[in-house]
Write a protein that binds this ligand. Structure first.
Ligand SMILES: [Mg+2]
Length: 184
């Protein structure tokens, strides 16, 4: 059994779809997920600080239009049968996040839910799955076996010069022999 920490946005929940809907509601621009090539929204959208704040305030205030990422629900159910799962997110909207997990019937599959930005301490884990190279690098001291980068348009450009990440594009990929391969 391994201890696996999973990020929320971009690994379990397709938060890109919310970004697309907020971009449409504020700027009437129809984009695709591939266009979200960065989560630095001032750079991505060409906005000043106050416009960026208006955008991110609306972005994070709700999980409307946010579906599970393809394969996430089955992947999590299968992983939970054999491993200890932990949610490790930087989100600050705790109740909203818990309600979403409960709505999709996966809240009970997590041993604990860690809200890092709210002061929760990151526990030691065997694997950490995240779509942010920056967060993976920051939390690497807590990860015993392998940092797993979940592919998203915004991390496609990551060069991983230290060869620290194993890249996946679906949580199903973890249910095969991958964890066994890395587990020492
Ligand atoms: Mg994320």
């Amino acid at each position: 059994m391994s201890v696996i920490a999973l990020d929320f946005d971009g690994v379990i929940a397709d938060f890109n779809s919310r970004a697309l809907s907020v971009i449409y509601s504020q700027y009437k621009m129809s984009l695709s997920s591939d266009d979200i090539s960065s989560w630095e929204f001032s750079n991505l959208l060409g906005l000043n600080i106050s416009d960026t704040k208006r955008f991110t305030d609306e972005l994070f205030q709700s999980l409307e239009w946010v579906s599970p990422i393809l394969g996430a629900l089955t992947g999590i159910s299968l992983l939970a049968e054999r491993h200890q799962l932990i949610l490790a997110t930087n989100r600050t909207e705790k109740e909203l996040t818990k309600a979403w997990l409960s709505e999709y019937g996966i809240d009970n599959l997590f041993e604990s839910q860690i809200f890092l930005a709210l002061g929760d301490k990151m526990p030691n884990v065997d694997f950490l799955v995240d779509d942010s190279p920056k967060k993976l690098a920051r939390l690497s001291p807590f990860v015993r076996e392998r940092l797993i980068l979940f592919s998203q348009p915004h991390n496609r450009g990551c060069l991983d010069v230290l060869h620290r990440f194993h890249r996946i594009s679906n949580l199903d990929e973890l249910t095969g022999g991958l964890l066994w391969y890395y587990k020492t």
